[in-house]
Design a protein around this ligand. Structure first.
Ligand SMILES: Cc1cc2nc3c(=O)[nH]c(=O)nc-3n(C[C@H](O)[C@H](O)[C@H](O)COP(=O)(O)OP(=O)(O)OC[C@H]3O[C@@H](n4cnc5c(N)ncnc54)[C@H](O)[C@@H]3O)c2cc1C
Ligand SMILES: NC(=O)c1ccc[n+]([C@@H]2O[C@H](COP(=O)([O-])OP(=O)(O)OC[C@H]3O[C@@H](n4cnc5c(N)ncnc54)[C@H](O)[C@@H]3O)[C@@H](O)[C@H]2O)c1
Length: 589
């Protein structure tokens, strides 16, 4: 069914409605867990769900599979995202054909981001330059079969200076056949409402669905609003500042913000709300509960307008047998398990692993690269950059977009030392044996608790350096490691695949919280992205330049490696002793 028909019906009845957006998880276990999550969240009565599409069509099969299965198994309409620029035309044609065959009738037609703001559209790769070209193609080829939605930008696609121009492009997309506009997420409600008024005045009549993203954690929120250039009212920053290290408090505040935003939007006449779930469920559910749009988990009553999912499921035996008669406790047990791992070594079984808002590709502009990192011509030049970063003389590296965190200050000299010898670090953690959770440097989580950390290092190293380090590690039974090349050759001394907790906390009246783990499957999922940064950096230089060649060579032949000193009672420095005398010192030393 087309979602525009459902939306029009809801608007006719003057009824609020909502939709949930998911992204294709990075691991197979994440996919299986996302299905469970979509099923549970269908009980919240979304009018439809969206599944995003990785730029260039990298997730086309998975995106379609998630849409098609959600429709046939859970009975919820799916809106399939599709980006068109710099994407093989055949891939788009095939995906649309398959969508039609599988009964997926809703497409969110997008341009997608270019890998670099300065890179021009490449007509040899795809037929489409803008989202409007895809809208036109779909209408020309399929007539009215598909309901087409498009993106709208209350703060401009690139920046505020483009708002007026983007409204005209949105109008053109409507004229080309778009039925619905879904907006970029935002936090400034006044600005959003003024933008809607401008759209209406410009002749945009299609329904506009505001994008709502409950804040999930401070670091992710900051990164994402910076990346998407979303303005955040100062009041939100002020409220976040004192609680930024307490994930639970941040999430609770995020729920409050979203509830308040939706109340104001409803008062102004908006009826539909599009949730960016980032594949998590608690915040979205809590927002809907607090607005009394859905029953709380304590009151089980069917929603009058929901797809008949709850009734359909009631007679089935798909849940684990011991939970069959306890739907509520099943929900309670499973909804929260991955809400708190934060950090890039979270749990790869979580559908939210590798949190993504639309665009996971690495973006570095040529200007940014040359200005910050010059034109490296030798491995020593690259080492110098890493050393300068560790000494706080450079504020970012492709892998590290902010300066070192305060927790790294105590180890920064040792970090600089191993970087100078060719172990190029991208992540680290000092050990910590029971600091108060309120500790300014190491603390996190609820108050009156104690936190623990194992020393951890993650770095790129040449095959020779990895070999030498491995020889050293043979005599160290408490150190575990994974090393992998871009091509996937894996070296490890971990005999079991089970997760290794590297950060945990003990809090009054709670189970042990274990926010950060190291495990094979998440490391392998992350490594593609980690190596991709070398390529993105290389692309910032002319194709046949020395710098591009050097960075591509490193990417092709070096290892990404992590090591954990499991004896968390040892000092933070002891992990660095493993590197004594290894590698080649900088020639300037
Ligand atoms: C709701 C939503 C969902 C998204 N989902 C995904 C996803 O699943 N996967 C993903 O990779 N990305 C996704 N994105 C990100 C999106 O791909 C990027 O923001 C992209 O940069 C713009 O896409 P668009 O469809 O708005 O492009 P367009 O409408 O084509 O606009 C792109 C830029 O070109 C300009 N422009 C448009 N038309 C013209 C014209 N005729 N002449 C000259 N300039 C023009 C606009 O001003 C704008 O700056 C999503 C964004 C939103 C808001
Ligand atoms: N609760 C915890 O104890 C805990 C543990 C790990 C991560 N986190 C949080 O999760 C979030 C994301 O974590 P993350 O690991 O993805 O990223 P992050 O940006 O927090 O980086 C993790 C650590 O690596 C260090 N680092 C960054 N670049 C480095 C480099 N080039 N060389 C050596 N060290 C470098 C940082 O100083 C920081 O200590 C952060 O907010 C972080 O605080 C929390």
């Amino acid at each position: 069914m087309k979602i525009i028909d459902k939306i029009n019906k809801a608007l006719e009845d003057d009824r609020c409605f909502w939709s949930f957006e998911y992204f294709p998880p990075k691991t197979q276990q994440g996919v299986m867990n996302l299905y469970d999550r979509i099923e549970r969240m269908c009980n919240l009565g979304p009018l439809f769900i969206d599944v995003t599409w990785r730029w260039g069509g990298k997730s086309s099969d998975l995106t379609l599979e998630l849409c098609s299965n959600s429709q046939t198994v859970y009975g919820v309409e799916a809106n399939m995202h599709m980006t068109c620029t710099n994407t093989n035309f055949g891939l788009i044609k095939t995906a649309l054909e398959k969508a039609k065959d599988q009964g997926v009738q809703n497409i969110l037609a997008l341009r997608g981001d270019l890998p670099d703001d300065t890179v021009e559209f490449d007509p040899s790769v795809g037929e489409f330059k803008y989202a409007i070209d895809l809208v036109r193609y779909i209408r020309k080829t399929y007539g009215d079969y598909f309901c087409i939605s498009v993106a709208g930008y209350p703060e401009g696609c690139v920046g505020p200076e483009d708002v007026e121009r983007d409204i005209q492009y949105l109008k053109e997309k409507q004229e080309a056949g778009a039925d619905i506009a879904v907006t970029q997420l935002f936090y400034d409600v006044d600005n959003f409402l003024a933008w809607v008024d401008k759209c209406r005045a410009a002749g945009i009549t299609i329904p506009i669905l505001p994008g709502i993203m409950p804040i999930q954690n401070y670091g992710g929120f900051k990164r994402m609003t910076d990346l998407c250039r979303i303005s955040v009212p100062q009041e939100i920053w002020d409220r976040l500042e004192p609680i930024k290290d307490d994930d639970r408090a941040v999430k609770d505040y995020g729920i409050e913000v979203a509830v308040d935003m939706i109340k104001r939007l409803r008062a102004a006449g908006m009826r539909g709300f599009h949730f960016y779930t980032i594949n998590l469920e608690r915040s979205t559910r809590m927002v809907l509960e607090k607005l009394q749009l859905v029953p709380t988990v304590h009151e089980v009553r069917p929603l009058p307008w929901s797809p008949s999912l709850s009734e359909k499921r009631a007679g089935e035996n798909v849940r684990p047998i011991f939970w069959r008669n306890h739907a509520r406790s099943y929900i309670k047990r499973t909804e929260l398990w991955d809400e708190f791992p934060n950090g890039r070594w979270g749990d790869a079984r979580s559908p939210a692993y590798g949190e993504m808002v639309h665009n996971e590709q690495v973006r570095l502009t040529a200007d940014q690269a040359a200005k910050k990192w010059g034109h490296p011509a030798t491995v020593d030049d690259v080492k110098q950059l890493f050393v300068r970063y560790c000494e706080n003389r450079l504020d970012s590296l492709p892998w590290s977009d902010t300066p070192l965190q305060p927790e790294s200050q105590a180890i920064q000299d040792s970090l600089a030392c191993i970087n100078a010898r060719g172990f190029l670090t991208i992540n680290s953690q000092p050990s910590c044996n029971g600091a108060p959770s309120s500790d300014k440097v190491h603390g996190w989580g609820p108050s009156n608790g104690f936190v623990y950390k194992k020393a951890y290092l993650e770095f790129f190293a040449s095959p020779e350096n990895v070999k030498a380090l491995l020889a050293r590690l043979e005599g160290n039974p408490t150190v575990t490691y994974y090393a992998v090349t871009k091509g996937g050759e894996l070296l490890t001394n971990c005999v079991e695949d089970s997760p290794n907790a590297v950060t945990w906390g003990v809090f009054p009246g709670k189970e042990i919280l274990q926010p950060t783990i190291v495990e094979r499957v998440s490391f392998l999922a992350w490594k593609d992205e980690a190596f991709e940064f070398w390529n993105a950096w290389a692309h910032a230089y002319a194709r046949d330049s020395v710098s591009a060649g050097l960075l591509s060579d490193v990417s092709d032949s070096w290892y990404l490696m992590n090591i954990v000193e499991n004896n968390f009672q040892k000092s933070s420095e002891s992990i660095f002793e493993l590197f004594d005398g290894l590698g080649q010192a900088l020639s300037t030393e």
